[in-house]
Design a protein around this ligand. Sequence first.
Ligand code: ADP
Length: 494
Amino acid sequence: MPNPLKHHRLWLLAWALGTLLGGALVTRAELGKLQDAFDTDARIVHRLLSQQAVQHDAILQTLALLHNPDADDNPEQRLPSVYPQILSVWRSDAHNHWDDPALQRAQDDSLRLGHPALADVDTSRQRYRLELAGSGTSYALTIDVRTMVPWNDWPMDPATSPVQVTLALGEDAIVLQAGHTKPEATGGWNFFAQKTLAAPSQPFVVISLQHLGWAAVPWAGLAAASTGWTLLLLAARALLAQSQNRRRAEERLRMGQLTRLNTMGELAAGMAHELNQPLAAVLASTQAAHRMLADEPVEDMAAVRQALQQTVQQARRAADVVGRLRRTVERSNMASEAQVLNPMELTRKAVYLLEPELQRSQITPQLKWVGEPFDIHGDAVALEQILHNLLSNAVHALEQVPVGRRALEVQLQRASGQGQLTVRDSGPGIPANVLPHVFAPFFTTREDGLGLGLSLCETLAMGMGGSLTASSPASGGATFCLSLPLAPHPTPSP
Ligand code: ADP
């Protein structure tokens, strides 16, 4: 049977889990997109810079190829006007001698490696020198890193991009793009990519770095996902409640039909009881008249006697019919199938069916076992009907007292070798002069009452080999105690 609090917790748990999971998925997808964009940009940056570096090698090789020792117009000095990143061109004097030790060292390196070699890196002025050793003459270029970057093809806006791009060589680092990045900031995510330039002569490592703070979390997407999930859950809940209400309505209809059917039986039993006495009286007085008429001299005595005898016969027939009807009704009550029942389960079911009335009257029934749980032996439908009637009566009684004083309790316990279900309410109670009549058919103190509910309950209880008693304790309210046979092998139930 649904426990509303546990129910709410389950829904809340589903909501929280769904929101968390949805949030994680949305955030992951958004971060994935940002990571893809970052990776693509980092790849393009590496390719562009590598192309430039390779071009520097080519320029040096072209200079070496075109070298003319006799020419004195130094054509290489025109290079800076063609390539803005080349700040100056150096040429060793004859016999490959450099006054500058860095260039001399680079020349040795270049000779050894067979390709241009780095002479030095000036991080403060963001430039480096690259040298290619020739057989007689060597050339070196001073390259300005900032101008070397092909900004027109650059995949990011250097002024606003959050990505930091650095060219690093050992301890030296030249920042190409500052990026709005705070790698030291706590929380958030860091994207990082590093790759060495594809020119062995200039083995700079291109480092791209992006820090994403909490602002990168797709809050709008999260809110949308959470709202969607909430709406979905609410719709599911409404659907569930609808189907539960429908089931409850069907069940109540069934119970109502059954009660009407049994009430008819009860009605017949009541009528039989009511009719039996007058019929017996008719029979007795007619027989007396018959005797008296037989003693006096009366004309056409034979006709009178015959008529009276017929009356007697009819009266007997009527009594027989009524008797048969009564026996039939009693048999149909006994015809129910006895089985092992969990009384708590059936009590909960009865409470569930009455939930709308209980909620309307702000009554919260307390169901409890006293001592060990037990099973009883009886007919489920009959027991359901008894509980339904007793609880309905309790609700009617409780509606007559203020809301704050409404208490309803169903207590289940073993007593005198039987299973006892006690329904106790804090209503106005049953006056002493009413108490002896409550089980009588057609007895009611309610304006719209039929007075058959308790009488039917008692019949059903007796039909199961049990009993039903009513009391109105001095402490107030009414108490109905239903005793039923215990099941042969009681199984503990929760
Ligand atoms: P009805 O409910 O149609 O009156 P019942 O046979 O169920 O018929 O009840 C008979 C009478 O017993 C009620 O009219 C009422 O006076 C009394 N009664 C039953 N249950 C309670 C109760 N919980 N508190 C007070 N009186 C009750």
